[in-house]
Write a protein of this length. Structure first.
Length: 284
């Protein structure tokens, strides 16, 4: 029998937990404003001696993510470190110096190339594609890129996805992310390399940073992930072997209306592998 546990507060779950791996967008902020109770919860956990590592599919370096957090009012002492899919994508580009890259994404993500030997080229001259998002995520969808992806497939280009998210919350709206284009390209037969959740490298790097903070490696049964996406946060935590606290007010909010009345079959269909617990929004 599949049952769901609902909690009101993070403190109900952290006995025996030394590390939190928390999503950012949808948990700590919505792209426009920070969630003060979520920030307080993470700060309180740190105050008890725990480590908080923020893991995000943002296609930018960690220092750029930190600047955004500061602008939104998230204090530096809310967390110990940040790992972004942008960091991991930068490592790929650095390991392939001089390659001609077609950059698919908005200008605001330009920091992903800072200090790298990346030769930005038109699609018809490129050796690969680095996708950080849509050119205009306010008006476009992935399907607007179908012809471009067909052209890329004909040239057998590998697409490096710097943000596996399909959609993200921006205020009270959902906008498409790089993952939507990457999934379209894969459906068309193109080769895709994904960096970020739910893939293991971002969790491995987060655990390295947690070990550096605490002074020793931490067993996975003392780690709790927090997120609002079934596809990235929950699947990633399950695949890595750690428990997950699922925040229902995020991108799946409409699907979770009346979730406490779901039968076990519906729970399995919705989650696959149910989280350790659900919480409407993160609070201590």
């Amino acid at each position: 029998m599949t049952t769901l546990r609902f909690v009101e507060n993070l403190r109900e779950l952290v006995s025996g937990v030394d590390v939190l791996l928390s999503d950012i967008w949808g948990v700590v902020h919505n792209g426009i404003e920070a969630f003060p109770e979520a920030c307080e919860a993470l700060h309180s956990f740190r105050g008890q001696g725990g480590a908080v590592i923020l893991i995000t599919n943002a296609p930018r370096p960690a220092d750029s993510v930190q600047r955004q957090l500061r602008k939104l009012g998230v204090a530096d002492d809310t967390y110990d470190a940040i790992v972004s899919s942008g960091d991991l994508t930068r490592l790929y580009v650095a390991d392939h110096p001089g390659r001609k890259v077609f950059w698919l994404g908005p200008e605001r993500d330009g920091s992903i190339y800072r200090g790298l030997d990346a030769v930005l080229s038109p699609l018809d001259e490129a050796n690969c594609i680095v996708c950080t998002g849509l050119f205009d995520d306010e008006t476009e969808t992935a399907d607007d890129y179908r012809d471009m992806m067909l052209q890329a497939r004909e040239r057998k280009l590998t697409l490096i996805c710097a943000n596996p998210d399909i959609v993200v919350e921006r205020g009270d709206r959902l906008v498409y992310c790089a993952g939507a284009i990457a999934e379209l390209y894969r459906e068309l037969g193109g080769e895709v390399i994904f960096y970020g959740k739910p893939h293991p490298p971002i969790y491995e790097r987060a655990m390295e940073l947690a070990a550096a903070k605490l002074g020793h490696p931490m067993p996975l049964d003392r780690v709790l992930a927090i997120g609002d996406s079934v596809r990235t946060d929950l699947a990633g935590a399950h695949g890595f072997g750690i428990d997950c606290l699922f925040v229902t007010r995020g991108i799946h909010a409409e699907e979770f209306a009346g979730i406490d009345q779901l039968d076990p079959a519906s729970v399995k269909e919705l989650f696959g592998h149910p989280p350790k617990a659900l919480i409407r929004e993160l609070r201590w």
